[in-house]
Design a protein around this ligand. Structure first.
Ligand code: FE
Ligand code: FE
Ligand code: ZN
Length: 276
């Protein structure tokens, strides 16, 4: 089973790798820079070189970088657009230094300009940055649909993928809390949800799963993560999710409200539910 959690990137790649290994993870997610800030630290060449060796030796792979929350790829504001474009292309070029991994972003919010506008703005931005993503999958995250978020439905994500002409490096990261909050019943009808995903987007685009319980009920459009088994999805749903043939070989990333010990326990628990 490929599983990890979100880790702090403040001490570099090797530190994250060691932390991941210490809690029984074989992958991890991290923010490319302060999630609420702007600039990123210089890459440390030594750290990167040692990290690559560590990954090869210890079997760490499918590292997932997460874009900061300050971006809005759907914005009409020129300054936000420019900041988002610069950040995305810088982040992608950094990820190209550790090729074969993935970069996840929130599609953004149209802030009143309408879904059509947001989808267009996002697609235009992707068309500019995708040529830089030669060995990095760029993933669009499924969102809960709070406020004016884009990505609340599989159809919206499909629309974005169509407008970048199905670029081969574009994929999707399915967040279990978000889709449940968005009104996809992964508890009562997991098969139905995944069939829909396949029909609308295509399962070959699904590259990663954010595995989170939800503090809120089905279709609440809220987006507040809960520890595994502590929310409205529940342990039985997670057992079916991680073992579903369409998902079981994908990497799973915990973004639950936890410290490192909590993540270690959740990883062990999910491994105990995993059948392969
Ligand atoms: Fe996210
Ligand atoms: Fe997520
Ligand atoms: Zn979330």
């Amino acid at each position: 089973m490929r599983i990890g959690c979100h880790l702090s990137s403040s001490k570099g790649f090797c530190h994250m790798a060691e932390e991941a290994l210490s809690i029984g993870a074989n992958t991890f997610q991290f923010f490319t820079r302060n999630p609420r800030g702007g600039s990123a630290k210089e890459l440390d060449e030594n750290d990167i070189a040692r990290f690559k060796t560590l990954c090869a030796e210890q079997g760490l792979k499918h590292i997932l970088a997460h874009a900061p929350y300050t971006l809005n790829p759907c914005s009409a504001d020129e300054r936000i657009k420019e900041f988002t474009l610069n950040t995305l292309s810088d982040d992608i070029s950094r990820m190209e230094r550790i090729p074969g991994n993935m970069y996840n972003l929130h599609p953004g919010s149209h802030v009143g300009n309408g879904a059509e506008f947001g989808i267009n703005a996002l697609a235009e931005l992707l068309i500019k940055v995708l040529p830089g993503a030669r060995n990095t999958y760029v993933l669009l995250e499924t969102m809960s649909g709070k406020g004016t978020e884009i990505g609340r439905s599989f159809e919206e994500l499909r629309e974005v993928i169509d407008r970048v002409e199905g670029h081969e490096m574009v994929g999707v990261c399915l967040d279990t809390c978000h889709v449940y909050d968005a009104g996809y019943d992964v508890v009562g009808d997991l098969d139905g949800v995944l069939t829909k995903f396949d029909n609308v987007i295509g399962l070959k685009r699904l590259k990663a799963v954010h595995i989170n319980d939800s503090k809120n009920p089905f279709s609440s459009h809220k987006d507040r993560h809960e520890v595994i088994g502590g929310g409205s999805l529940g342990n039985e749903a997670f057992k079916r999710i991680i073992n579903h043939p369409a998902l079981s070989s994908l990497p799973f990333y915990l973004e639950t409200p936890n410290d490192l010990d909590g993540y270690k326990a959740e990883i062990a628990f999910l491994r105990s539910l995993y059948k392969q």
